[in-house]
Design a protein around this ligand. Structure first.
Ligand code: SF4
Length: 301
């Protein structure tokens, strides 16, 4: 197979996978929504969950996006240093987003800033957004996809706190943001929190946290305890599914952390909604693939 053939093959698979994740939510999100519905007894909340599951069923049966806002594509790449298409990945993902926009179809959401022109392709300057991690001595490539909707991206916020505000300050920062903007972001929410040195590192980690599976925990015991504490606290706000009240307001809280300067305490918050369209696909060097987020996804296999 020529290099061009390999690029075309990976583009086709990625376009199909992006389209599939637009239509079908990841297995862990569906499973958590089932758990939340089973634990709910508020009639209004139960009817919202019923509508969500009807929405999931119809999207799957009709092959249509699970929400009219199909978001903007963001990718996290963990690519082996010897993956054969490493140098072509950005071009491949850009072509895949354009193809998925036409074929799924996805709503064109990419507006060039200053020019204020919708590109029509969900690509453009800096889009799709890609964060990179090169894995030494590996010839495969793992790509996590995320379609960031407007309503759940709006509450995103980051700041650098005085270190004296401590972890209580971090909790207050997160809870204040959720109280103000959470109900409009189509809960139950997945809450990503980044704690680090500066505003940019904290914000990036808060988005990385959204790429982790629902129900996963930070390996640091204290960070994991804060995840549980924030989850309890946000649930006690009583926001409920779609903000109409109920026992659960979140799918979960994921924290990612890094070192901070002695004089700073950076904190970032990113939210995702109940249609948390995250997918993960892992390619081998010969472009075989598997996914642990969407059981049953096939393309030419
Ligand atoms: S927040 Fe999520 S569910 Fe709500 S409109 Fe946006 S993408 Fe759709």
């Amino acid at each position: 197979m020529t290099l061009e053939d390999k690029c075309n093959k990976m583009t086709d698979i990625m376009a199909a996978f992006i389209g599939h994740t637009t239509v079908r939510l990841p297995d862990d999100v569906i499973s958590r929504l089932n758990e939340l519905r089973a634990a709910e007894d508020d009639p209004a909340a139960l009817s919202i969950y019923d509508m969500m599951f009807e929405n999931i069923r119809l999207a799957s049966e009709l092959g249509r996006p699970s929400c009219q806002d199909t978001g903007l594509a963001q990718f996290r790449i963990d690519c082996g240093s010897s993956f054969p298409l490493l140098a072509q990945l950005e071009e491949i993902l850009t072509a895949a987003v354009k193809k998925a926009t036409e074929e799924t179809p996805l709503r064109p959401n990419a507006v060039e800033t200053f020019d204020e022109i919708n590109t029509g392709t969900n690509t453009g300057t800096g889009a799709p957004s890609i964060s990179w991690n090169i894995v030494p001595s590996w010839d495969g490539c793992a790509i996590t996809t995320y379609l960031a909707g407007g309503g759940c991206s709006l509450p995103g916020h980051a700041a650098v706190l005085m270190p004296g505000e401590g972890y209580e300050g971090v909790v207050r920062f997160v809870l204040d943001r959720i109280a103000e903007y959470g109900p409009n972001a189509c809960p139950p929410l997945l809450v990503g929190v980044g704690i680090a040195n500066s505003v940019d590192t904290a914000a990036q980690l808060s988005k990385k946290a959204l790429f982790r599976p629902v129900g996963s925990h930070n390996p640091n015991e204290k960070a994991s305890a804060m995840e549980s504490m924030l989850e309890d606290g946000i649930n006690k706000m009583g926001i409920g599914p779609q903000g109409l009240g109920g026992k659960a307001s979140v799918l979960g809280v994921n924290i990612e952390n890094a070192v901070r300067h002695t004089a700073t305490l950076g904190v970032g918050v990113s939210l995702s909604c109940w249609t948390h369209r995250r997918g993960k696909i892992v390619f081998s060097k010969d472009l075989g693939f598997n996914t642990d987020t969407h059981a049953g996804f096939t393309y030419g296999q």
